[in-house]
Write a protein that binds this ligand. Structure first.
Ligand code: CP
Length: 315
């Protein structure tokens, strides 16, 4: 029995085995086929109720999870903190326990606090999927990114992937590093020294501050957004200066002596970390990433549901 088939929660990529990731990808392959068929829907989660709890803004992840749950025939409940009794001082545990008392089985949660999903998993009786916890992890983003590389280049093993930008505040970077390393890729991070945490080289990855050198090294460049909303001090002189040093333009791509695949988890700041011309070009697989997100999230939900169907309780 594989680890993923008995997985109770998905709190992060750290600790998830390569075997589990490959099982998620094989399951996602089947769901992607289904999504491209006229039917698009399966009754696999017919008896499961999922609550999507978003304490932070989201477009892609929230819509993608909701669609994945509906394609699997789950009952779906959407909760947004901005219009809830959280505003009246209710705690996270009280909020979630009230929702669970209405017979909810799984919680998909995005929260600004790193570790919020682990905290919840320890204190409530439900299966938890981390949809992004502050600057910590965004496991389904990393899985859909790796799935998209596998789809585009045949395999992740042996590929060179550079993650460019605001590594310091990025949950996508950390989850991608764990995921890509486990699958046998070589990983580099690139950005200004102020946006690269000092501990990062301890994770067995390369660090490069020159964008053109990084791009000449890689097969895939994953461009990250500058997360101004998480920055309490100024980490670089101006967005214009950042863009001149680390923005991916067609001029920069044309100066490379090879073709590379361009990725971005979204939301994009056009003209800052990536030009419109590059984002909309044939180099970019940004919309394929979004498309693959639904199949990958279906796979995660489906495999977590197996834990319950095998007679395990969530207590
Ligand atoms: N990639 C990502 O997490 O996008 P959202 O913030 O829109 O969900």
């Amino acid at each position: 029995m594989t680890q993923a088939a008995t997985m109770k929660h998905l709190l992060g990529i750290k600790g998830l085995s390569e075997e589990s990731m490959r099982l998620i990808f094989q399951t996602a392959d089947n769901f992607k086929q289904l999504l491209n068929s006229p039917v698009k829907k399966t009754p696999s989660l017919r008896d499961i109720t999922v609550a999507n709890l978003f304490f932070e803004n989201s477009t892609r992840t929230r819509v993608s999870f909701e669609l994945a749950e509906k394609r699997l025939s789950a009952d779906v409940l959407n909760f947004s903190s901005s219009s809830s009794s959280v505003k009246k001082g209710e705690t996270l545990i009280d909020t979630v326990n009230n929702i669970l008392s209405m017979k909810v089985d799984m919680i998909v949660m995005r929260h600004p606090a790193p570790g919020a999903c682990l905290f919840l998993a320890r204190h409530v009786n439900a299966q938890i999927i981390n949809a992004g916890d502050g600057t910590h992890e965004h496991p389904t983003q990393a899985l859909l990114d790796a799935f998209s590389i596998r789809e585009k280049l045949g395999d992740v093993a042996g590929k060179k992937v550079v993650i460019v930008g605001d590594i310091l505040h990025s949950r996508v970077a950390l989850s991608n590093i764990f995921c890509l390393k486990a699958l046998g890729a070589e990983v580099m991070v690139c950005g200004p020294p102020t946006l690269i945490p000092r501990y990062i080289s301890n994770l067995g990855i390369k660090v490069e501050h020159n964008l053109e050198k990084a791009l000449n090294w890689c097969d895939v460049a994953n461009m990250l957004r500058i997360q101004l909303e998480r920055q309490d001090i100024q980490y670089f002189p101006s967005l214009r200066e950042y863009s001149m040093q680390y923005g991916l333009s067609m001029d920069v791509l044309n100066r490379l002596n090879k073709e590379i695949v361009v990725m971005h988890p979204g939301p994009i700041n056009r003209g800052v970390e990536i030009s419109s011309e590059v984002a909309d070009s044939s180099h970019s697989i940004i919309l394929q990433q979004v498309e693959n997100g639904v199949a990958v999230r279906m796979a995660v939900l489906y495999l977590l549901a197996q834990y319950r169907l095998q007679g395990n309780t969530t207590a």
